[in-house]
Design a binder for this molecule. Structure first.
Ligand SMILES: [Zn+2]
Length: 54
């Protein structure tokens, strides 16, 4: 199963492990939503992960 996280702006982070998707999502937030970067943690992102069939 692949993992993905959908951002409210339409960006979708995809990866093969939770940690990979979390890192991509946090990097996206830091770049595109800096106002949210202080409030969104890795644990928050972990809760948003969706499992996607290959
Ligand atoms: Zn976004």
């Amino acid at each position: 199963m692949r993992r993905q996280v959908r951002c409210e702006c339409g960006y979708v982070a995809r990866g093969r492990s939770d940690d990979e998707v979390i890192a991509l999502t946090l990097a996206h937030v830091a770049t595109n939503h800096p106002e949210l970067a202080d409030t969104e943690t890795a644990e928050d992102v972990r809760n948003w992960i969706e499992l996607v069939p290959e």
